[in-house]
Design a binder for this molecule. Structure first.
Ligand code: B1M
Length: 210
């Protein structure tokens, strides 16, 4: 518990090497990758988010914190994705146009991969064409969209409406997520489901594929 508190402080201060070191220590102590992610890294980023909102932290500091978080995530990634899980299906995932937040999306991609899904990660700032062309070319089962800004989340509806116009809406399971979204928004834009976090995304995807 002391070490996780220290990690939250180090994340806040953007200390990447310290985060990496502590991640290794917790693994050595037998922590699961998922617990390290949620109880140390995501918990720490939540505090950063509050102080960012309140004008105590600014973009440069938050970038450093994000960079430190990614350091920890890159250690956990191989552990999360190496499973004997049977192949479940294919998902194209990306952050929507105008939005460059990618930590949550990366986490979802990692956990989905660990659960046996094949992931095509489109990265950030994706226009509708990118989602739809890739999904068609790859024969994807699921399209996943992430948005962290209230100004970019409406773009998810643009993607779904375009799918309807092209008559391909029902060819894919559409899952959406990101901090400013909620269940009601997901329903309103015509997504198949809103996923609160990465674990819910995995469970939801499994339910739809089964
Ligand atoms: Co930004 N930012 N940011 N930011 N940033 C937020 C989102 C904000 C809430 C901060 C705040 O004010 N409290 C605020 C948005 C306010 C609003 O829209 N109402 C905000 C703002 C304003 C901005 C800028 C506009 C700031 C500026 O320039 N003035 C700017 C926008 C740039 C742009 O995108 N065009 C900006 C920039 C940045 C940084 C670059 C500095 C950095 C991003 C670095 C990066 O991602 N590589 C950053 C960060 C780090 C944040 C906060 C602090 C943390 C986000 C994060 O990584 N969380 C964030 C505060 C917050 O969210 N409370 C904030 C950890 C992550 C694990 O959680 O992403 O929620 P999350 O993902 C979760 C779930 O949401 C879900 O599962 C994940 C794992 O459990 N999920 C999905 C997410 N995507 C999913 C997709 C799915 C399923 C589930 O698909 C199926």
């Amino acid at each position: 518990a002391e070490l996780t508190a220290q990690m939250m402080d180090d994340l806040y201060d953007g200390l990447k090497e310290e985060i990496e070191e502590a991640t290794h220590i917790l693994l050595d102590r037998g922590w699961t990758p998922y617990d390290i992610l949620t109880k140390a890294l995501v918990a720490g980023m939540t505090i950063v988010g509050h102080d960012f909102r309140d004008g105590i932290l600014f973009v440069p500091e938050v970038l450093l914190a994000a960079n430190a978080m990614k350091g920890g995530m890159s250690i956990l990634k191989p552990l999360l994705i190496e499973t004997g899980a049977p192949r479940m299906g294919k998902m194209v995932i990306g952050t929507v146009k105008g939005d460059i937040h990618d930590i949550g999306k990366n986490l979802v991609a990692m956990m989905m991969e660990g659960a046996g899904f094949e992931i095509i990660d489109l990265g950030i700032n994706n226009p509708v064409e990118k989602y739809l062309e890739t999904a068609a070319a790859e024969g994807a089962d699921i399209i996943g969209m992430s948005a962290l800004l209230t100004t970019t989340m409406p773009y998810m509806k643009v993607v779904i409406d375009t799918m309807k116009e092209q008559g391909i809406r029902d060819d894919y399971i559409v899952l959406v997520g990101g901090a400013p979204l909620n269940e009601e928004f997901g329903r309103a834009i015509g997504a198949d489901a809103y996923c609160r976090d990465a674990a819910v995304a995995v469970e939801t995807a499994k339910d739809f594929i089964a």
